[in-house]
Write a protein that binds this ligand. Structure first.
Ligand code: FES
Ligand code: FE2
Length: 371
């Protein structure tokens, strides 16, 4: 295998993958009886909560003449379009009323639907299942259910704390994701006196293995060159600390750190908003350090700082990407990025052919890099 591929134009396919759950909005931003705008995979949505608090997601375009539904009224049950007052059930999207019809006009309004998407609240977010574009419940078709469950942050005890962070990134979802799995930017982007110094860069080797729809960086004792990990081992009184990081299509990074009874778990997603716009959302749950004053706040601060550093870096990168320059991925540091593109291509090919998905990894691999 050549260790350097010929430089290529960026994002051979900045394709967005339909047929998955995506985080649409932080749950605490979505109030009862209100309508909110959101965009997922270039599709405008209107998101709300009914009077019982249950979330819903409709396509933000009236099936009559396309008026955005978020401009309308919502009484906690039905959404009323602001143009001609057609009313739709917020969950099913089914038309309930067309005010202009006279009593002898027998249009079957229950055959009309505003596009509606499966929508659920999980771990501080409103999630929406994005079916293939096209007739997703709009016009005369009912919405279909989601074929899989909403992803979830893994928890290892009944009591835990949780927090979330969100940041918009002005790059395609592909750049957002490979930025997330890139091990070589740490010493340059995430420098801080309490985390690590640039001089602490050293050679690492990590084991990776294929998992369904993704790959796993296998459990290991985290690098000893950062103070928080040393602290954790001391505090948890555990012989070892294990970290597992999974990447799973379309956009999920799941990290688990366990030390004895202590655990930290997060689910980070990079959500495609448009061709060159994505959003990173991190939800973390943990039972570590809860008894120690200030530590949870410090953890949140550290996390927010990392995400802000990544966001700022991608904002600068977006400048460079504007003219669509040739780019390259190198071994081994960019191998996870190559697997990501491989997984995406394999997924699309399996969908096209109707066959099994061919995983780009044939077995466990050890990667080496300096960081
Ligand atoms: S455009 Fe919505 S009711 Fe006419
Ligand atoms: Fe980063």
């Amino acid at each position: 295998m050549p260790d350097l591929d010929a430089p290529q134009r960026q994002t051979p396919d900045s394709l967005m993958l339909f047929g998955f759950w995506y985080r649409a909005l932080p749950a605490d931003q979505v109030r009862r009886n209100q309508l909110h705008k959101a965009t997922l995979l270039e599709i405008p949505l209107v998101i709300g909560r009914d009077k019982k608090g249950l979330p819903f997601a409709l396509r933000d375009a009236c099936p009559h003449r396309g008026m955005p539904l978020h401009c309308g009224q919502f009484d906690g049950q039905q959404v009323e379009c602001s143009y001609h007052g057609w009313r739709f059930d917020a969950h099913s999207g089914q038309c309930q009323l067309i005010p202009s019809l006279t009593s002898d006009q027998k249009l079957k309004i229950d055959r009309i639907y505003a596009g509606s998407y499966p929508c659920e609240e999980r771990d501080s977010y409103i999630w929406v299942f994005m079916h293939e574009p096209g007739p997703s419940g709009a016009g005369f078709t009912k919405a279909a259910d989601a074929p899989v469950n909403v992803p979830e942050v893994e928890k290892f005890s009944g009591k835990y704390r949780t927090a979330y962070l969100t940041a918009d990134m002005p790059v395609s979802v592909d750049h957002g994701i490979i930025g997330l799995m890139d091990p070589a930017h740490g010493p340059f982007v995430h420098q801080a006196w309490w985390w690590r110094k640039r001089e602490s860069i050293h050679e690492k080797h990590k084991h990776f293995e294929p998992i369904p729809n993704g790959f796993r960086m296998s459990a290991h004792t985290p690098s000893s060159n950062s103070a928080p990990y040393k602290l954790l081992r001391m505090y948890a009184d555990a012989d070892s600390t294990t970290t597992t990081i999974d990447f799973v299509l379309p956009n999920m990074r799941l990290e688990t750190i366990r030390a004895g009874k202590m655990w930290f778990s997060s689910l980070t997603t990079v959500t495609p908003i448009g061709r060159s716009q994505c959003r990173i959302d991190v939800v973390a749950c943990w039972n570590i350090f809860n008894a120690v004053p200030f530590v949870p706040s410090i953890l949140k601060f550290v996390f927010a700082k990392f995400v802000e550093q990544d966001r700022h870096t991608m904002e600068l990168q977006a400048e460079g990407l504007k003219q669509n320059p040739h780019l390259m991925l190198i071994d081994d540091a960019d191998r996870p990025a190559k697997w990501y593109f491989g997984l995406k291509a394999a997924h699309l090919e399996a969908k096209r052919s109707g066959g099994e998905m061919k995983h780009p990894m044939s077995g466990p691999v050890t990667l080496r890099w300096r960081s």
